[in-house]
Design a protein around this ligand. Structure first.
Ligand SMILES: Nc1nc2c(c(=O)[nH]1)N[C@H]1C(S)=C(S)[C@@H](COP(=O)(O)OP(=O)(O)OC[C@H]3O[C@@H](n4cnc5c(=O)[nH]c(N)nc54)[C@H](O)[C@@H]3O)O[C@H]1N2
Ligand SMILES: Nc1nc2c(c(=O)[nH]1)N[C@H]1C(S)=C(S)[C@@H](COP(=O)(O)OP(=O)(O)OC[C@H]3O[C@@H](n4cnc5c(=O)[nH]c(N)nc54)[C@H](O)[C@@H]3O)O[C@H]1N2
Ligand SMILES: [Mo]
Length: 765
């Protein structure tokens, strides 16, 4: 496995997509030992009406899909789930949990799908098989003994709307709002910031807007890797001559040029579409300054237009009718000097003026963003700034324009829609109270960072994980792991073994579930699930593949059974009906959210799904002021710490060969890094200045100044095209370097894209 890897650094010259993509898919099909014909049959059904929603990213399904509506990374994610490899009770009999902790993330998951419910036996330090009934009985008995406020119900963003609704209801009936989710590490800043400035928690763009836009501004999102189906929409736009302006510290190949692997002519002729018309390598954490430069230029162009009597550059009608805080924001922009903007963005004034001129020429602009904006201490202000830029020219609430956060997990947005939220203000508690005849908890629950703190201070006693790899995804993981075995109860619902399952509470269960591609039959009837994508479209997802093992249960049934074993009977909460007929769960969801889910059971079959109402799209602003708010930031730099000699801004990145903590392989093809993830990417002048050389082994040491020692060693120095003072390392390997306290100001989202570190040469060099 990992042993025969030969690390190699070599620039990648090909476009994103193309033959490299095909090769990479063939490689994973081989490694997962999947029968190719049946896998191709499944891939054919991916993202189609009556097919299944891809388990990888949350990019929408078009109403008229391509023949194969999937991408390289979607195919990898499907192969990962359809694998013929199995992690059986025999496997667990052969390995102690302590021994498995020495396996890499790759090796653990590469071992294949879990097949049977398992219970951790502390005496032998092994997982032993258990029957489902007994597992549910003991979990229920344990939960009844624990204080409800001390139990955490975590969700990774993959489980369906149906399962998520039941899960959130279970937590509330049990007695808490402790519903942290992967969104707390991802786009929570989006929810908080967009509610403040435009009065919705989600983006305003739908797929159709990409056909109508005449400018795309792209901040900190790596579409070629993390939402590759979006490349088709970007390619179409580029071919129409739409300018695509990118702000990213790193030159991501997927944003530069693309060959569509599904277009035979392009593949055979090697034709590629250039994508970014301008590429600005902003400093990590420099987007507030960069956008301030764009806004400052717009004001200057508008001043000129006023003086010359030519058409205004600002959309003054929109600003007057729809916005609040415009004058204060303008005063702030005018007060920022070009010197400061250039220094803090790392971009020359002329480059920012050039980008702003393109923006001023476009009638309808989409602002796209991802983790490059959210995962900073001033993450919410990054988003306010992008919204400010869009609002200056009325680019929200008109065709072809809007703000487009690209969500992460395939149903992460949907989980929040149906109640997975630590903030009860986001949930119609009164309606739940009436529907189910109980008094829901009204106080805030724990989000991810607080849940970790609760484990550290001993106030959390139980943890249920609906998917995910919590202990690998969080910051400061070594500290949290060290406290984890004080928990009384840990329950993990999962498809594959990961590191989180190897750190257990006193009573610990590993419950294997069906994946989304697999057939779900309940009460003799095939069941359907549904999900919500990045553009708020909700569609059915039909799994048809043969389950990985006859002993797997659906996530929906697992949640319902745990709830039944824990809660007193309540005739208004029909768990039995729900787990036997998922359409009745959708009826319950519709009853809780009648405006959002009208005719749910019918409309989810519409090709492309049905769109949830979005007030900002209609220029109705559900904010405190009743208007769209322009909000000025407190600083030009989003990092939340000062630069200092020897201190670097570390951004933790995803490779092209992973899905979050799932490592598919060790090649980051587009970045030219092969066979290893143990690297630190640095500007060549920084390497020289520190007296290091390429290939030298170093360690990164936390420079958070909080007195806690954190380091990650064994990293080879790679010379990389990245701004000076900024360095890159991989997530999750670098997570031990992120202090739990290093998070956004309002949403407590770990600031994984600018972490203060120092670089220290290791003796072995
Ligand atoms: N194949 C695959 N698909 C995925 C995932 C995966 O791991 N693999 N993960 C899923 C999930 S949960 C999520 S949230 C999304 C994540 O998808 P993205 O939002 O694309 O997340 P990242 O790759 O972490 O970082 C995005 C980009 O931000 C840039 N960046 C870093 N710092 C800054 C900065 O300060 N400013 C700017 N402008 N850019 C910056 C990085 O160079 C990188 O290109 O993808 C989802 N889809
Ligand atoms: N340093 C750093 N840290 C980060 C980030 C970063 O950019 N940098 N990104 C953050 C982001 S955006 C996110 S979303 C989080 C991700 O955090 P999580 O969502 O917790 O992690 P994943 O890696 O997506 O979870 C992978 C596991 O999910 C399980 N799984 C897969 N499919 C299914 C299924 O269908 N059902 C069930 N029940 N289980 C399943 C498998 O067991 C697999 O091992 O990490 C965050 N952490
Ligand atoms: Mo995410």
């Amino acid at each position: 496995m990992s042993d025969d890897r030969k690390p190699r650094i070599e620039p990648y010259t090909a476009p994103a997509g193309g033959w490299g993509s095909v090769k990479s898919v063939v490689e994973i099909l081989r490694r997962e030992k999947v029968p190719v014909p049946s896998t191709v049959k499944e891939l054919w059904r991916q993202n189609k009406p009556r097919g299944f929603t891809c388990v990888s990213c949350a990019w929408p399904q078009p109403g008229h899909p391509l023949m194969f509506e999937f991408c390289e990374n979607g195919a990898k994610a499907s192969a990962w789930e359809l694998t013929s490899l199995r992690t059986t009770p025999e496997f667990f009999a052969q390995h102690t949990v302590t021994e498995l902790r020495n396996w890499s993330d790759y090796e653990l998951e590469q071992n294949g799908r879990l097949t049977q419910p398992m219970r951790y036996d502390r005496a032998s330090d092994k997982y032993v098989p258990v029957v489902w009934e007994e597992a549910f009985r003991e979990i229920g008995a344990e939960l009844k003994k624990l204080a409800p406020k001390s139990v955490v119900f975590y969700a990774s963003g993959r489980a369906s709307l149906e399962t998520s609704y039941l899960y959130a209801l279970f937590a509330r009936l049990y007695g808490n709002n402790n519903l942290p989710d992967s969104s707390n590490m991802c786009h929570e800043a989006t929810g908080v910031a967009l509610r403040q400035c435009i009065g919705t928690a989600v983006g305003t763009v739908v797929l159709d807007d990409f056909d109508k836009t005449d400018g795309i501004f792209f901040f900190g999102q790596n579409a070629g890797v993390n939402s590759p189906r979006m490349m088709h929409d970007l390619q179409k736009a580029a071919q129409r001559g739409v300018p695509i302006i990118v702000f990213n510290p790193v030159r991501e190949r997927g944003l530069e040029r693309f060959t569509n692997p599904q277009n035979p002519l392009e593949m055979l002729t090697g034709r590629e579409t250039p994508l970014a018309t301008q590429y600005h390598q902003v400093k990590t954490g420099g987007d507030i300054a960069a956008i301030a430069g764009l806004c400052k230029t717009l004001l200057a162009l508008d001043d000129e237009a006023l003086a010359n009597g030519t058409p205004r550059v600002l959309d003054t009608d929109f600003i007057a009718a729809h916005t609040h805080g415009f004058d204060a924001f303008v005063a702030w922009v005018r007060a920022q000097s070009w010197d400061a903007i250039e220094a803090d963005s790392g971009l020359p004034r002329a480059a920012l003026e050039g980008a702003a001129r393109v923006y001023a020429r476009c009638n309808a602009v989409i602002g796209v963003y991802g983790m490059g904006l959210t995962q900073h201490v001033l993450g919410e202000y990054n988003i306010y700034m992008l919204a400010n830029l869009l609002l200056m020219r009325g680019n929200i609430g008109k065709p072809g324009a809007g703000i487009c956060p690209v969500r992460g997990h395939s149903n992460v947005q949907g989980q929040r829609t149906v109640g997975i939220a630590d903030d009860p203000a986001l949930v119609p508690l009164d309606r739940l109270a009436e529907q189910y005849g109980f008094e829901p908890p009204r106080e805030r629950g724990l989000h991810t960072v607080e849940a970790c703190k609760g484990v550290l201070d001993g106030s959390v006693h139980g943890f249920i994980g609906l998917g995910g790899n919590f202990l690998r995804a969080i910051p400061d993981q070594e500290r949290v792991i060290a406290a984890w075995d004080k928990l009384r109860l840990t329950v993990q619902i999962a498809t594959k073994l990961n590191r989180t399952h190897l750190v257990n509470g006193e009573v610990a269960y590993l419950l294997p579930c069906l994946g989304r591609i697999e057939r779900v039959v309940e009460n003799g009837k095939a069941q359907v699930l549904s999900t919500e994508d990045s553009t708020s479209c909700i569609h059915a997802s039909v799994g048809k593949a043969e389950p990985a093992s006859p002993d797997l249960l659906s996530e929906t049934r697992i949640v319902a059974e745990m709830a039944k074993a824990t809660l007193p009977p309540n005739p208004k909460v029909p768990w039995d009906t729900w787990e036997n007929d998922y359409a009745t769960i959708r009826d319950a969801i519709e009853q809780t959210y009648p405006d959002q889910f009208r005719d749910y059971n019918q409309r989810m079959w519409q090709p492309g799904g049905f769109h949830r109402p979005n007030s900002a799209r209609e220029r109705i602003w559900k904010t405190a002021t009743g208007k769209a708010n322009l909000i000025a930031p407190p600083a030009l730099v989003a990092t939340g710490f000062d630069d200092a000699p020897g201190r670097f801004r570390l951004m933790t990145m995803r490779s092209n060969d992973q899905f979050n903590t799932t490592v598919y392989g060790y090649d980051d093809r587009f970045r030219g890094i092969y066979g290893t993830r143990d690297v630190v990417m640095m500007h060549k002048d920084d390497i020289a200045q520190l007296g290091l050389r390429e290939g030298q082994v170093v360690k990164l040491v936390s420079d958070a100044g909080d007195g806690i020692a954190r380091e990650v060693g064994g990293l080879s120095v790679v010379a990389f095209d990245i701004p000076r003072g900024c360095i890159g390392g991989y997530y999750p390997e670098c997570n031990p370097l992120i202090p739990l306290s290093h998070h956004t100001l309002f949403s407590m989202l770990p600031a994984a894209k600018s972490v203060p570190v120092r670089i220290v040469a290791e003796a072995t060099g």
